[in-house]
Write a protein that binds this ligand. Sequence first.
Ligand code: C2E
Ligand code: CA
Ligand code: CA
Ligand code: CA
Length: 273
Amino acid sequence: AKGAGRKSFHLYEATSRYDHVENFMNELALSKAIEKNELQLHYQLIYNPSADEVVGAEALLRWQHGQTFKMEPSEFIPVAEETGLIVPIGYWVIRQACRDWHHLVNEYGSSFKISVNISRIQLNEESFVARVLAILRAEGVQPTAMELEVTESTTLHSLQEVQLNLAKLREAGFTIALDDFGTGYSSLSMLTQLPIDKLKIDRSFISEGNLPLISAILAMANALQLTVVAEGVETREQFHLMSEMQCWGIQGYYLNVPMPYMELPTLAEISFK
Ligand code: C2E
Ligand code: CA
Ligand code: CA
Ligand code: CA
């Protein structure tokens, strides 16, 4: 038994040392991703069923390192956050989203908004608002054409700086959406105090078909004059259900998997009338 214990200890140690090297290599590679042109934005359309309109698209970051190596955002975004690399990467995302917006607004019309995910690390930067505004100005995009998605944890348990920056961004004309709504711990009273315009219902509630919860969120959002987007809509049933429940926006694989903006379906192709 003693021998086995020692053996597993060595095994563990070897794995952990390997992990350190691997993490280091990943960080190094990620730090060069911008200059090596390895980052890309994929998009998912957001569809408004009552107006039969594409109202926006969410930008989702992709990293292709070398010929074959591809890492999921759920793996490399935490690395980018821990190392602070999310700050320059985040500015790259905003600039690229602005460039793609010009094409998208042409295709889907003037009410089209581009949504960008923002990490709390980015919102902690004192100069964040000024730099974002400078990027938009340089790219010829109005703040009203962009939506910023933040998670509940970002808005609720955050420092003064984050709250201040969010309020400033909203004042400048950006729409603020609370992402993954329902997975955090926001109380109703807090929700009324946050500088937000929109809730994105977490996809776990859609996939569970948690109707009591979904209708409660819709009723509450309605009372607070917040619009709601359902995420992770994968099936025809879910799509029709969310439309019937008067959900403002629908997003998910049923409409399209994330893809480069040139490949997105046209409005005619996603019209389910
Ligand atoms: P998120 O913001 O909640 O984005 C939605 C995620 O759900 C995306 O995963 C998307 O591909 C996936 N998804 C969309 N529709 C469906 C569906 O119908 N079914 C299922 N099963 N999944 C669906 P992705 O692209 O892997 O991104 C994961 C997370 O990484 C995002 O979650 C977001 O938190 C983060 N992320 C992505 N891009 C950025 C970025 O540019 N900046 C920051 N800070 N975070 C980002
Ligand atoms: Ca999001
Ligand atoms: Ca989400
Ligand atoms: Ca998520």
